[in-house]
Design a binder for this molecule. Sequence first.
Ligand code: DQA
Length: 143
Amino acid sequence: MPGKRILVLNGPNLNMLGVREPAVYGRDTLADIETACRKAAVARGWSLEFRQSNHEGDLVGWIQEARAEADALVINPAAFTHTSVAILDALLLLDIPVIEVHLSNIHKREEFRHHSYVSRAAAGVIAGFGAKGYLLALAALED
Ligand code: DQA
């Protein structure tokens, strides 16, 4: 669908990508990921809004706004994946596709990362492919 509006949301500490545990999260910065996503969206004739916050309430607010402003949501909720019923509840308000992305394979890591509240509201989950996971999520949104 040309003109599709994509919202990409990123949770806490993802602003530190590039310097944050590069062995786990890779060397791409969040700005690099945004540039790659924008290119992939433009190539499909889509618009893209790309945001990051360290605050749960910001993410909840943006998810609520997505009801009116987005046709699909890609979200890496970062640590809130494993803790936030508030983000799950906000996502359950949406009737657009939601794709959950993690740079790392959360199932290969510590036990507390194995459970995602967010997955209950996700059409699909992409984990373990690094920055490429965001591009895979955009590909998954093609009609
Ligand atoms: C993450 C995985 C989470 O467990 C972690 O808290 C993050 C990033 C990922 O992209 O691999 O901050 O969502």
